[in-house]
Design a binder for this molecule. Structure first.
Ligand SMILES: [Zn+2]
Length: 369
């Protein structure tokens, strides 16, 4: 009962449309986590509690097979306008350059474009970037900017400089943001790129955003209009920097305390289409799809109820998901189970709403916001 009410009331504020629009935002493509299966085995036997969460258990770069199977699933349906289902991957454009950081004696941070990272991942990744380009051409995999890297660089470098055992262990294995050895102090929120503790950090982050959005343009030949901060946290002081770099839409949580630095948080209520001082509009996702290896279709069926509630109140259905569900280097069975559930979800969507329209994030924003 409580769930049903929540599902409905969250769609009351925000931009309305009579059209039945479905957008599928999927965070983290491009970012590293665990390098590969051998790395998983090494780190696990060294004592890192990798099974503590699904990201340290399954998450890694998407390979040729992951993307091919995903594209097969997305093209298994067509909407009323003959368009395939479309992922809007929120992309990370760079990863730490482990060799250069090590060569600096851990004094300087260095990054490399994610296409360079792919070169070090072997033949299972040799067609990945071509698949991204194909996905863009076909409008089934149309990226937006999720951050320059998906680590909190300040916390990462501080841990390395302090000789943090678990962070060094992961570093040696070209992996990041993992749970730590039981005897080590935790590194808090290692993936929150934009979670500042001191407002002075925004100066470096402003530079990083400029570099990252330029890398995005270089890689994909178009500028990202949308931005989702890593782990959903950023300081509003960065909105001007984002606007200067062409970001017109910022993905936010409905209720969130935004760090202003020095322990101060700004609390805001935000909704889809609300505008800030820089004429940027906020996007608030209203549906979740995280199948996470479950073999029944419960997650898809739950998601269908959320889509139904969105349409009932004239809101576009803005799905939220993560790459971890759709990669199989660490466990093919996990990926295949999740893809099966995605296929079921898409089939049910076109059956239930024959006038549905699949769009990428930018198309939705231009049509509705
Ligand atoms: Zn993310």
């Amino acid at each position: 009962m409580k769930e049903t009410i929540l599902r409905n009331i969250k769609n009351l504020p925000g931009k309305k449309t009579k059209r039945k629009i479905v957008v599928i935002y999927v965070d983290d493509y491009g970012s590293i986590r665990i390098k590969d299966k051998a790395t998983y085995n090494n780190l696990k036997s060294a004592g890192l509690p990798l099974d503590a969460n699904r990201f340290s258990r399954y998450d890694t770069l998407a390979d040729n097979e992951d993307l091919s199977k995903l594209f097969d699933t997305l093209t298994s349906v067509k909407d009323s306008k003959e368009h395939y289902a479309c992922f809007t991957p929120l992309a990370i454009v760079a990863n730490p350059d482990f060799e250069k950081i090590k060569a600096s004696g851990f004094t300087d941070y260095h990054r490399e474009p994610f296409t360079k990272t792919l070169e070090g991942y072997g033949s299972a990744y040799n067609g990945v970037f071509e698949l991204w380009q194909e996905g863009i051409r076909e409008n089934i995999f149309y990226p937006a900017y999720h951050g320059t890297e998906h680590i909190n660089v300040k916390r990462f470098m501080a841990a390395l400089q302090q000789g943090h055992k678990s962070v060094h262990l992961a570093f040696k294995n070209k992996s990041v943001a993992l749970p730590v050895l039981p005897q080590d102090v935790t590194v808090s929120n290692p993936t929150t790129t934009f979670f500042i503790e001191d407002s002075a950090e925004n100066e470096q982050l402003t530079k990083d955003i400029k570099i990252g959005t330029e890398m995005f343009l270089d890689l994909f030949d178009f500028s990202s209009k949308q931005f989702t901060p890593g782990a959903g946290i950023y300081s509003p002081f960065l909105e001007k920097a984002l606007a200067d770099c062409g970001i017109k839409y910022i993905h936010v949580q409905r209720f969130l305390a935004y760090p202003m630095g020095n322990g101060i948080f700004s609390k805001k209520f935000l909704y889809n289409g609300k505008e800030n001082n820089f004429h940027q509009k906020y996007i608030v996702r209203n549906c979740q799809f995280e199948p996470d290896g479950k073999t029944d279709n419960a997650e898809a069926n739950r998601c269908l109820l959320e889509i139904e509630a969105a349409f009932r109140w004239g809101a576009p259905a803005l799905l939220s998901s993560h790459r971890v569900n759709f990669v199989g280097q660490l466990d093919k069975n996990y990926r295949d189970t999740n893809l099966k559930q995605l296929r079921y979800l898409l089939k049910k969507i076109v059956e239930k709403w024959p006038d549905v329209e699949f769009m990428n994030g930018d198309q939705m924003a231009e049509e509705i916001l």
